[in-house]
Ligand binder design. Structure first.
Ligand SMILES: [Fe+2]
Ligand SMILES: [Fe+2]
Length: 317
């Protein structure tokens, strides 16, 4: 007891890092450094809320899907994404306990702009090809970032990701199936996919976030790597995406809208034109093409459904 009481914060931090390096999982009630808790809350709440906001661009296509089969497919994908959001917000809620905050507070953070959602979900889904491309490439990109965290040191997040990633694979197949059908269709349908790719390419590059700066020591990605929440940097993940998807995109006869794109054989990496990162910053500050409309929709449905939460909490009390 005496020994435990005299352990300094620094010793606890060292023991904590040793546990992580030994591959042990950290659980919700374990002691954890503030830096670790804060990094997890930011990551998981942003991930959770992005799943919910990410259901909205495809939700727009449920009534307009071209067949009953496609309608059922996209509807169940939308349901899955909302489920992922609920699962992750519960994980975040456990981490928020010491601050006496909960999921309702996270939703308010979203509404007042303190909690960001992923850049891709601020964009428009103008055509059915956009709906397919989101499943194929946005979910494809999400699989790359999320499988990188399947071994995350925080047990509850790693376990939630196991289930989420399994479902994301279906989403990517659903999107690929839509794109393949269009690619085998008319010239107009093929042109629709090309137009969609042209519009989404920059957002897909931004999806992974800016590359790590070599000059600033402690970026967000460095903290998540230090605590083994993930293993790869933003740039490595973007390169993994290129490796997997550039050949697939080109095999459909599509042109990637970047004439500078090339594989550098010596350095074993893709060279590409950087997206406009100032645009990225504006988008995630809720100044994207559909940011306000989607936030309004979320706010309205959150208020409209308040009675369900009230009724449930009355039953539980
Ligand atoms: Fe998801
Ligand atoms: Fe998904």
């Amino acid at each position: 007891m005496v020994l435990a009481a005299t352990r300094t914060e620094e010793e606890m931090q060292t023991e904590f890092l040793a546990r992580i390096e030994a591959g042990e999982k950290i659980e919700a009630d374990d002691w954890m450094p503030e830096e670790y808790r804060v990094a997890l809350i930011k990551l998981i709440s942003m991930h959770g809320i992005s799943e919910i906001m990410g259901a909205l661009p495809e939700k727009e296509w449920v009534p307009k899907a071209p067949s009953l089969r496609r309608k059922l497919g996209i509807m169940s994908k939308v349901q899955d994404e909302m489920g992922h959001g609920q699962l992750l917000l519960r994980v975040a809620e456990d981490l928020l306990k010491p601050y006496d905050r909960n999921r309702g507070d996270l939703m308010q953070d979203l509404f007042n702009g303190d909690l960001k959602f992923h850049n891709v979900f601020h964009m428009e889904t103008k055509t059915w090809a956009d709906a397919g491309l989101i499943g194929w490439l946005v979910d494809g990109a999400a699989i790359i970032t999320q499988t990188n965290m399947l071994g995350a040191s925080y047990g509850p997040y790693a376990r939630a990701l196991q289930r989420i990633c399994a479902e994301e694979v279906f989403h990517a197949q659903h999107g690929e199936s839509i794109i393949l059908a269009l690619a085998e269709g008319t010239a107009e349908q093929r042109a629709m996919i090309q137009e969609s790719l042209n519009g989404w390419w920059e957002s897909l590059l931004m999806f992974f976030g800016p590359a790590s700066s070599n000059t600033t020591g402690s970026s967000k990605q460095d903290v998540t790597i230090k605590y083994r929440i993930r293993t790869k940097t933003n740039e490595q993940l973007r390169q993994d995406f290129f490796d997997k998807y550039i050949p697939r995109i080109q095999s459909l006869g599509l042109t990637i809208p970047d004439p500078t794109l090339r594989y550098n054989d010596e350095e074993k990496l893709w060279e590409y034109a950087q997206p406009d990162w100032s645009k990225f910053k504006k988008i995630i500050k809720n100044e994207g093409p559909r940011s306000q409309a989607r936030l309004n929709l979320r706010r309205t449905s959150y208020e409209y459904n308040a009675w369900v939460r009230d009724a449930l909490s009355a039953v539980i009390d």
